[in-house]
Structure formats: C-alpha cells, structure tokens
Ligand binder design. Structure first.
Ligand SMILES: Nc1ncnc2c1ncn2[C@@H]1O[C@H](COP(=O)(O)OP(=O)(O)OP(=O)(O)O)[C@@H](O)[C@H]1O
Ligand SMILES: [Mg+2]
Length: 369
C-alpha cells in the first residue's frame, strides 16, 4: 500500500475558518490561527504572551471566565459558552466558544484549546445579502426616476431659449435665465442619479496611487485645517480595478468625512479634526455570499461626530442624507462602484470614530453556503 504523505498540521489549522486559540497554564495566549488573528484583529506576534482574559472577559459580564478556565486547567472538564460577548477594538463581538484541556502532563506546553465561532458573521452575511438586494432595487428605481426627469429637460431648455429670443426684452431675460439655470441644475442632478455611463476600464492598480491622489485633493481643499495621517501597507498586491472609479469612491467617502468634521466644529474641544487613511490585507472576507481568502482593505476614518444614528443602517441607500444640502447620492454611487469590482464598503460609526472600510478581493476562493 502507498504510504500517505505527512500532513502539515500548521497549514491545516491556519486554513480553518474556525478561530482557534491555544492558552498556557497561566492563561496567557500561546498560539492563534489566522482566523483568530482576523477575529481579534491582532497578529500572532502581538498576541503571544498576552493574558487571554483581556479578550475573553468583557467588563460588564457576570460570568467569571478566569474561574471557568482555571477549573478546566485543574479538572480537565471541558465547557462551552454560547453567545458570549468579547471586545475587539472597542466593539462587541458575539461568539460561541468551547474550551478543552489538552496535555495535562507537560508543564510548559499549551494547555487549553479554545475554539471560537463568531455568530455575528452569520448574521452579517444574511444582512449583507439583504442590503445588497435592497440597494440594487433602490438604484434601479432611482435610475428610472432620473430618466423620467431628464427626458423633458432638453425640450424645456430649448423652448425657453426660443422664448427668450422671441421676447427680445431684457426685463424677461432674468426669468428665462432662471428657468435655464434651474433646468441645468436638475440635469446635473439627474446625471449624478443615473451614475456613470462609461463602462469601467480595468487595469492593474496599486490602491495607494488613487488614495494619494485623493489625499492631495483633500489637502488642497482643506488648506491643512484637517490633519491627515497615513498608515499604508506598501506590500499590498495590485488589483484589477478602474482607477478613476476608485478615486471617485475614495473621494466621496473622504469628502463626507471632511464635511462632517468642518460642519460640526463644536464637536472638537481639545482634539484636532483628523482624517486617517490605512491600508491592510484582510483575510477571510465574505462579500455578497462569496468567501474570499484575502482582500485589500482600505480604511478611511475620521474623528468627527459620526453618522447620525437614525440613518446609520440605511446610509448606503440613495437619497439618504443627514445634511441640509446633501443629495444622499455619494455613498450609494460609491457602493455601486465597489459592487462592480466584486468588493464592498462597510461602515462603523460612533461619535469620535467613523470608519468606512473598502474591501477589494484579489483572491477568489470558494462560495459560502
Ligand atoms: N464620515 C462621516 N461622518 C458623519 N456622517 C457621515 C459620514 N459619512 C457620511 N455621513 C452621513 O451619511 C449621509 C449620506 O452620505 P452621502 O455621501 O451618501 O450623501 P451626502 O453627502 O448627504 O450627499 P452627496 O450626494 O452630496 O454626497 C451624509 O449626509 C451624512 O449625514
Ligand atoms: Mg456625500
């Protein structure tokens, strides 16, 4: 019989979509796999040696995690917790997790194996699918309305010009000019509602190029009144994308952030308004039901007052706006462009920290069921 090749267990564990954590007898982290790094948003290097309770024990939780873990260390009794809340980057993440004791005999070896299953991810996948569907329906509706508005505008404009000429009286010119300029304004709005008619032209793009273009535009526009920080992972691979469309997405999001900060100056007492641009590789991202092993993630964050709570859920819908002069199209157009790139935009916002994250996959793995 043929001998089986040896299995590389490390590779196997690192490719599991379940998050796995090994803890030593002092309840310090000994190892975490890639899924766990993603879940906790921390690298193995930084996590090693840290007390596991920093992650597993949330402040308001009445369950004594230290006691339960110590009990498993001493007695070998495994346990499972359902819907536990852990805190990752100031956010609550809900997980089911189980704890088993491994080799009790060897004092310096990892002792506890903790397997975590985020519940939010499943909730998020179905929520995202719903959102994308609703978003597409809304966009079709908007395009339909924009078409209907646009159709008669050419006629109105032409007729007004004829009228102005035949009246030939300066006292009426003021009125005909108003009609023409309002018609033009409406046509621009309808064009924005229709979105770009140009087909995307894909090429290999280093995402830092469009990002730097947008940064330069914002610096120019805000005259250094806003601090801009950069934290780029320059080793990111290039992606197939439409460069100009990426600029539009990044600009729409950055302009919103700048508007939120400059239009709410009273929010800033001691802190300075700050826009931060950050790029990273993100492992295991589900976008529209497809699990991607790896995606490029671009975070555009600001420390302004945050997206108004009543529109946070629907912020990507067309015509949803929290600003008196806003049209509510910027984010809907941006999300649409990202969908065309098989990517997506996510938003997380609390007063003082708003992050819009763009995901562009560059490795397609398999379809999530
Ligand atoms: N960084 C942010 N901070 C606070 N609120 C935000 C931020 N980004 C977006 N918003 C809120 O989301 C709303 C929708 O944004 P969106 O760009 O779609 O439309 P808009 O900015 O109102 O109009 P426009 O079509 O001119 O872009 C904004 O009106 C604002 O209330
Ligand atoms: Mg906007």
């Amino acid at each position: 019989m043929d001998q089986q090749p040896p299995i590389d267990y490390r590779l196997l564990v690192d490719n599991l979509s379940t998050a796995i954590l090994l803890v030593d007898r002092n309840l310090n982290i000994f190892y975490l796999n890639s899924s766990c790094e993603t879940l906790f948003d921390i690298s193995l290097l930084r996590a090693m040696g840290q007390p596991v309770l920093n992650i597993l024990q949330s402040p308001g939780d009445s369950f004594d995690t230290a006691d339960a873990l110590t009990n498993t260390v001493n007695t070998g009794q495994a346990y499972t917790r359902r819907e536990a809340t852990i805190i990752v980057n100031f956010k609550d993440v809900h997980v089911d997790y189980s704890v088993v004791r491994l080799n009790a005999g060897k004092p310096y070896h990892p002792l506890l194996l903790i397997e975590l299953n985020p519940i939010d991810r499943m909730l998020k996948i179905s929520k995202e699918e719903n959102l994308i569907q609703q978003h597409q329906v809304a966009r079709q509706l908007i395009r339909g309305v924009a078409h209907e508005i646009k159709n008669p505008l050419g006629g109105i404009r032409g007729a007004t010009q004829l009228l102005a000429r035949s009246l030939n009286d300066p006292q009426y010119a003021e009125f005909t000019n108003i009609i023409i300029s309002e018609v033009d304004r409406l046509r621009n709005l309808a064009d924005t509602m229709l979105g770009s008619r140009q087909l995307p032209s894909y090429e290999w793009v280093n995402v830092h190029e469009p990002l730097e273009r947008v940064r330069a535009l914002i610096v120019n526009q805000t005259k250094k009144k806003i601090k801009i920080t950069r934290d780029y992972d320059l080793s990111l691979p290039e992606v197939m994308a439409d460069r100009d469309q990426l600029i539009q997405v990044m600009l729409n999001i950055s302009v919103n952030a700048v508007q939120a900060m400059t239009e709410n100056k009273e929010f800033f007492e001691e802190e300075q308004p700050e826009l931060s641009l950050r790029t990273r590789i993100q492992r295991l991202v589900t976008i529209n039901g497809v699990l991607h092993r790896s995606a490029i993630r671009i975070d555009i964050a600001d420390n302004g007052p945050g997206v108004p709570e009543d529109i946070l859920e629907s912020v990507f819908y067309p015509l949803v706006t929290g600003r008196a002069k806003g049209t509510g199209l910027g984010l809907s157009i941006a999300q649409n462009i990202m969908h065309q790139h098989n990517g997506m935009i996510e938003c997380q916002s609390v007063p003082g920290k708003t992050v819009f994250s763009l995901y562009i996959p560059w490795e397609l793995n398999h379809v999530a069921k």
